[in-house]
Design a protein around this ligand. Sequence first.
Ligand code: LLP
Length: 435
Amino acid sequence: MSNKPLTAKTNDKGHFEVGGCDTVELAKQFGTPLYVVDELTLRHNCRQYVSTLKSKYPNSLVLYASKALCNTAVLKMVCDEGLGLDVSSGGELYTAKKANLDLSKVYFHGNNKPLKELEEGVAAGVNIVADNLCELKNLDQISKRLKMTARVMFRINPGIEAHTHEFIQTGKIDSKFGIQKDKIIEAAKIVSGSRYLTFIGLHTHIGSQIFDIDPFVSEADVLFDYAKQIKDATGLEAKELDFGGGWGVSYIDEKPAPVPQLLEKVIQRVRAKAAELKIPEPKIIFEPGRSIISPAGITLYTIGSVKEIPGIRKYAMIDGGMSDNPRPILYDAQYDALIANKISVETCHGKSLQKYRIAGRFCESGDILIKEIKLPKIDENDILAVMCTGAYGYSMASNYNRVCRPPMVVVNNGKSTLILKRETYEDLVSQDVIL
Ligand code: LLP
């Protein structure tokens, strides 16, 4: 797996091209910073999940974890490929509604969903993934008040540690997420005693940017174990087992195993466990976010000043940074990039490459997008294209320094379509109460 979109190539001008569009032209037309999504890569990544499951385990569903990148156009494309959605807030749910999507394939997550949002979820008829007993009790009350039945799944804490950044590990015992082992029967009893709640199954999510398949296979053991305990104690059947998301992508030169390999190993274990426990094979669910959208996205920036501190380093400054991509400052995340208007220099004259630090424009020394990268000699107005930025960039973007967030275009077959407008100064002050 490369860290570039599938359609990436160099065109005859020596420019970087994605989705048949010259990225230097895109920068000119839409301005920078600019988020670019390659439709073909996005659809291909969806199909990797959907087609493997369809052929090997049809009783299954893939949910796109919309927290990775959520706007109506992207949600529509993903759902058009047959995926459902994982939403984790009223805002993501609202976006799904705006996109006119099938709400029966939406699963609502979150460790502390505000009551108002929980109510929106019940009213919309989405599946609710309950994270704790307090939420279950509230859910019962809300459903009763709305005279509706809520389909409920429990998020369990599997006690599995995945090897990834501490901030994006979620399956450890010491975690804010999930119902603990000693509370699971109490949770099941709340549901079995309620006229308004229907138990559908169990969910777990162990973390993000994971390359090891084993923890996902272990999830099957834990999920079946909990399912059995619940069945024995209350008679409730977990008809759906949700393995969460978390599969890793290549930002620099990481080599994740192909998605079908991950799915096949999990399926094998699911079949074996169902046979061992003599229970019907459950519906299985996966919730990828990053592995669907990240490789489909790139971000374009324009270089401003280039500054050399003799004997120390060269800085190249971009017109964006930590507000459009906070991952480097938050997680020390690494990215690869190229100069979109100098690709031929990059590939043909490797020796002429120089080391640069790519610095953002924000008032914070830590606003460094890339600590060190070799690129051809950088000049003012060059276009920097950063790879694999589809996930958790726009979705975690801020207005730090009151900078307007960038627009987003989808590219396909030489056509570019604006799917998100650039914020304006007016947008920035639109919520200010001017006294
Ligand atoms: N399901 C649940 C319940 C989740 O909490 C998440 C991610 C996913 C699915 C999707 O995981 P993915 O396939 O995208 O790894 N901001 C961090 C990542 C946080 C992930 C939060 N949960 C980052 O930029 O690395």
